[in-house]
Design a protein around this ligand. Structure first.
Ligand code: IPM
Ligand code: MG
Length: 402
């Protein structure tokens, strides 16, 4: 009996190893990165998502259309409406991303994606893979870049979360070996570690930041996290002006909320699961996960999204119009910067900081005690267009307000 189980498990393990070795070979191949300035037309695909996704993505599109008015009129920017990335359609096809939806996504240059529902065993949906994890894998979006800024506290963090490996890449591929034994897998490759660590160092170099913090648990998870950590030591040697600082994930979660230490961190690079957890903690300090955006960057495509989920409870309780659109609006600012509209991205970010952390003329609370997402978007846009935007933002950094 147990011999048979072992053989079956070995067979499954063999298939996984074969696939991962192929993925390594794919990563070694050169991929052309688009030059957005030279493209006659940039296509921004919008996937609306589930739950509050539909409504907050719409507000983000309003902001993008507002700041890109001229480019849309000239035909340089085109929006593409992608309808099929909903839990109903995904459940119908029993696929994380139905084939026709994936083809539409791939026909765009960049994607703005609303939160999608991730099924879990026991809920009403088939237990298909998360759409997020699948898009990241299909488009090889290896870098999940998540900034968190609290200007008045001097906090300006940028997290570089590895996005295609770790506990996630095979998160739906674990198996029950027997009635009593389950196994999952975590995978770290040299190529996968190198590309995200290098991106973090390049970001530090380009922004005159003299330290990169790598977060692992390499003292315990010795092989996979060990590889990530060793890759960081190797790559750091190429950047003699930047110090490499290594922390373990447990103490890092503590230090991030330590007022005496947290300002010291600037750029953090970390494996997938740790990045998932630490960035929710960081976002909470900025005002909640509803305020944080995220860029998923690959060589060819990129996707921009909120860091949170689809909030089904808000829908059940009829509170969707009060959902905070700031996460998707921050993601839109990141999208703008990525395709070459740096100044417009900065304007949106400054407006978000002023409205959310300084002026706070309107509050978004997720319920009828605050304003609706639509009203908040109009409030934000009034600051985006305000000639005093930069002056007010600088003031808000220097003057404590709460
Ligand atoms: C995120 C989310 C996703 C993740 C979920 C929805 C699969 O929590 O983007 O952080 O775990 O990556
Ligand atoms: Mg998360």
């Amino acid at each position: 009996m147990s011999k048979e189980l072992i053989e079956k498990a070995k067979e499954k393990f063999g298939i996984i190893i074969e696939e991962q070795l192929k993925r390594v070979e794919e990563m070694k191949k050169p991929v052309e990165t688009p030059d957005y300035a030279a493209l006659p037309e940039i296509i921004i695909g919008i996937c609306w998502g589930d739950g509050i996704g539909k409504i907050i993505s719409k507000h983000a599109q309003t902001v993008l259309e507002h700041v890109l008015k001229d480019e849309v009129a000239k035909g340089k920017i085109k929006f593409k409406d992608i309808q099929g990335l909903t839990i109903e359609n995904r459940a119908k096809h029993k696929k994380a991303i139905p084939d026709d939806v994936l083809a539409e996504i791939k026909s765009c240059h960049v994607i703005l994606k609303g939160p999608t529902t991730t099924p879990q065993a026991g809920d009403k949906w088939p237990n298909i893979e998360s759409a997020n994890v699948a898009i990241r894998r299909y488009l090889d979006l290896f870098a999940n870049v998540r900034p968190v800024r609290i200007p008045k506290e001097g906090i300006d963090w940028c997290f570089f979360r590895e996005n295609t490996e770790g506990a996630y890449v095979l998160g739906s591929r674990g198996f029950d070996v027997s009635d009593d034994l389950s196994v999952d897998f975590t995978v770290t490759t040299e190529q996968g570690s190198e590309r995200i660590i290098r991106m973090a160092f390049e970001y530090a170099k380009n922004n005159n930041i003299d330290k990169v913090t790598v977060v692992t648990k390499s003292n315990v998870v010795k092989t996979t996290d060990g590889r990530f950590s060793k890759a960081a030591v190797r790559i750091a040697k190429e950047y003699p002006k930047i110090k490499l600082d290594e922390w373990y994930i447990d103490i890092m979660t503590a230090k991030l909320i330590d007022p005496a230490r947290r300002k010291e961190f600037k750029v953090m690079v970390l494996p997938n699961l740790y990045g998932d957890i630490l960035t929710d903690e960081a976002a909470q300090m900025q005002g909640g996960v509803g305020t944080a955006g995220s860029a998923n960057i690959g060589k060819k495509w990129s996707m921009f999204e909120a860091i949170h989920g689809s909030a089904p409870r808000m829908i059940e309780e009829g509170r969707d119009k009060f959902a905070d659109p700031c996460s998707m609006i921050r993601a839109s600012a990141m999208l703008l910067r990525h395709i070459g509209f740096k100044e417009r991205a900065e304007k949106i970010e400054m407006a978000l900081d002023i409205c959310g952390q300084f002026e706070k003329k309107m509050l978004i609370t997720g319920r009828d005690t605050g304003v609706s997402g639509e009203e908040y978007t109009t409030y934000l846009l009034s600051w985006v267009d305000n000639p005093k935007l930069k002056i007010q933002w600088e003031k808000s950094v220097n003057e404590p307000c709460y």
